[in-house]
Write a protein that binds this ligand. Structure first.
Ligand SMILES: *[C@@H]1O[C@H](CO)[C@@H](O)[C@H](O)[C@H]1NC(C)=O
Ligand SMILES: *[C@@H]1O[C@H](CO)[C@@H](O)[C@H](O)[C@H]1NC(C)=O
Ligand SMILES: *[C@@H]1O[C@H](CO)[C@@H](O)[C@H](O)[C@H]1NC(C)=O
Ligand SMILES: *[C@@H]1O[C@H](CO)[C@@H](O)[C@H](O)[C@H]1NC(C)=O
Ligand SMILES: *[C@@H]1O[C@H](CO)[C@@H](O)[C@H](O)[C@H]1NC(C)=O
Ligand SMILES: *[C@@H]1O[C@H](CO)[C@@H](O)[C@H](O)[C@H]1NC(C)=O
Ligand SMILES: *[C@@H]1O[C@H](CO)[C@@H](O)[C@H](O)[C@H]1NC(C)=O
Ligand SMILES: *[C@@H]1O[C@H](CO)[C@@H](O)[C@H](O)[C@H]1NC(C)=O
Ligand SMILES: *[C@@H]1O[C@H](CO)[C@@H](O)[C@H](O)[C@H]1NC(C)=O
Ligand SMILES: *[C@@H]1O[C@H](CO)[C@@H](O)[C@H](O)[C@H]1NC(C)=O
Ligand SMILES: *[C@@H]1O[C@H](CO)[C@@H](O)[C@H](O)[C@H]1NC(C)=O
Length: 469
């Protein structure tokens, strides 16, 4: 939208003010909306969705000479409010800033300027952002709309696989925002399909039969590699705190509060369309923040965690089974919605972003930096597995947030794909040595030792109650 039409829109909205004044007393500054997209890749996957910033030059469309046979999706929920914990710490920080007795100077001056805090209502925490709960209706980054748009894009590219179908399943965890995303995605396909939503419980009692196999892994230790990742510098945080404390005498902002300002910036964009708080940071500080997030994710839930690949391997293995059974299975479209951490586990198993050696914490990896967490799992992340046939051969490849990401040593097929039997060997080598049930002591919480829901949903009908987690 150009700026002239935004101004007209603002004027029109001003006339319609009664509908919105209970939410926001002062209107968002429309001239700022859309100007901060360059920094989304630096905001730890908390800012709105964006496409993968690099490509190998290959289109995500199936190559002309090939015919699509099956598609799978692992998706993250859309743009959301902060979690309870982050929401509470941002609210505490806001109260501290609001309590500051002098006028602000420097980067925080905007707080004096009729600023309204973007988290007035804790009941929104953990929720997807929707037209009903956002602060300003001209915000273009609403989770609801992102999910609908994704549904339409999916249908445009893969709808041919649903041609003869009147019904098909969509699998989702029972987190409310994950389910809502799946539902908005499905609703956007129109009413010619009877979609059967399979709501899979996140509870550890589900064992291996879940989209959140992390939760059922009794031995998982997110901080197992703390001795490695905690070596990363925190100087960028002291720099921010010192700068703001110098500009504003007596503010006494701590390093951890400086760290919270990044989340403030990201979530305020989700809710309002932009955030003045983002202007607090220098480009370098954003780079340090982003690398710290990449590197800690690698050790928390990625290939750097002793059980990252094992936990994601359950879902990767099920995905490989679906590919192998593409001829027999009547359903050709396997859509699954879950959280970023679970998609990170799955990507760890798949290996397309595995650098193959530990990520350094002593410095920012420059030459060898394939693991960008926010590029992999921004809000609304979408990891597609495509299976297509070209003459007499079948091929597999991944499309992550619109970019084809080839498997390094298996990309000689059309569109940088990997021939299916070679892909199966590749997958076996990734999963070799992993044993979810014994490594995770899953038997302490569950007797479900394998993932069955893709195969038994019609008999079982999964219908777990939704919750805010
Ligand atoms: C606000 O300032 C008053 C007076 O300085 C202080 O007693 C109170 O604890 C402060 N509240 C917060 C939330 O910082
Ligand atoms: C749809 O049905 C037609 C005619 O029966 C068949 O040729 C085609 O392969 C089917 N398409 C899919 C995606 O199942
Ligand atoms: C939709 O599917 C469900 C379960 O698969 C079935 O019970 C229901 O009758 C179907 N509804 C329509 C209108 O086809
Ligand atoms: C996780 O690993 C860290 C580092 O080895 C260790 O200090 C911590 O006690 C472990 N936590 C659990 C619950 O085992
Ligand atoms: C600044 O905050 C620290 C704790 O965050 C506190 O110990 C210290 O007394 C505070 N200093 C001032 C001047 O308020
Ligand atoms: C992968 O799935 C197959 C079929 O369900 C199962 O036999 C095998 O044990 C699984 N392997 C892993 C590593 O999960
Ligand atoms: C597949 O086609 C190629 C040429 O297009 C041929 O050389 C090859 O023998 C065929 N393979 C099979 C298994 O039919
Ligand atoms: C699995 O690993 C073992 C031991 O490291 C090795 O001997 C075997 O060839 C591997 N199998 C596959 C399929 O990669
Ligand atoms: C789980 O399995 C382990 C070894 O396979 C066994 O030692 C343990 O007793 C089992 N625990 C339960 C609760 O079944
Ligand atoms: C498996 O565990 C569930 C509860 O976690 C229990 O209801 C069920 O009876 C168990 N099944 C078997 C075969 O032990
Ligand atoms: C977040 O807070 C809501 C409302 O208090 C509660 O229902 C939910 O369980 C909480 N979720 C988490 C993960 O703490």
């Amino acid at each position: 939208m150009n700026s002239v039409s935004l101004v007209l829109l603002a004027a029109a909205l001003a006339n319609a003010a009664p509908a919105t004044t209970d939410k926001q007393q002062t209107f968002a500054d429309v001239s700022k909306i859309g100007t901060q997209e360059d920094i989304f890749p630096y905001l730890a996957g908390s800012a709105p969705h964006f496409s993968y910033p690099l490509s190998y030059g290959v289109s995500k469309e199936v190559p002309d000479q090939c015919v699509l046979q099956q598609v799978q999706l692992f998706a993250r929920h859309g743009e959301r409010y902060p979690t309870n914990n982050t929401g509470a710490s941002l609210t505490t920080l806001y109260k501290k800033l609001n309590n500051y007795s002098s006028k602000f100077s420097g980067a925080l001056e905007f707080l004096d300027d009729d600023y309204e805090f973007f988290l007035p209502d804790p009941s929104n925490f953990e929720e997807l952002t929707t037209w009903n709960n956002i602060l300003d209706p001209i915000n273009p980054y609403v989770g609801e709309w992102d999910a609908q748009k994704h549904g339409r894009e999916f249908f445009q590219q893969y709808g041919e696989l649903l041609k003869n179908k009147t019904s098909f399943p969509i699998f989702t965890s029972n987190s409310k925002r994950v389910h809502d995303t799946a539902k908005f995605f499905g609703d956007a396909l129109g009413d010619k399909f009877n979609i059967s939503y399979q709501i899979i419980d996140e509870d550890p009692s589900m064992g291996a039969n879940s989209l959140t196999t992390l939760n059922s892994c009794a031995t998982y230790n997110k901080t197992a590699k703390a001795d490695v990742y905690s070596k990363f510098t925190t100087k960028y945080l002291s720099d921010i705190a010192n700068r703001l404390n110098t500009e504003n005498k007596g503010l006494n902002l701590s390093k951890s509060e400086a760290n919270s300002l990044f989340a403030w910036c990201a979530y305020e964009i989700n809710v309002k369309g932009y955030s003045n708080m983002c202007d607090v940071f220098t480009d370098e500080e954003l780079t340090y923040y982003a690398y710290n997030d990449d590197m800690t994710s690698y050790y928390y839930h990625g290939p750097g965690n002793p059980l990252g690949i094992t936990v994601g391997g359950v879902n990767f293995n099920a995905s490989v089974e679906l590919l192998k059974q593409h001829k027999e299975l009547d359903n050709k479209v396997w859509l699954s919605f879950t959280h970023d951490t679970n998609v990170v586990n799955i990507l760890a198993a798949i290996g397309i972003f595995d650098p193959g050696h530990p990520m350094p914490a002593e410095y920012i990896a420059i030459k060898d930096h394939i693991y960008h967490k926010s590029w992999m799992v921004p809000q609304g992340a979408r990891v597609y597995t495509q299976l297509y046939q070209c003459s007499n051969q079948t091929y597999v490849r991944y499309v992550v947030n619109d970019a084809v990401i080839p498997i390094e040593k298996c990309s000689s097929g059309p569109g940088l794909s990997c021939e299916l039997s070679k892909f199966v060997d590749y997958a076996e080598s990734r999963l070799n040595g992993t044993d979810y049930v014994s490594s995770c002591k899953t038997n302490t919480t569950s007797n479900q030792t394998s993932l069955t829901f893709y195969w038994d949903y019609q008999q079982k009908h999964y219908d777990a109650p939704l919750g805010l987690f």
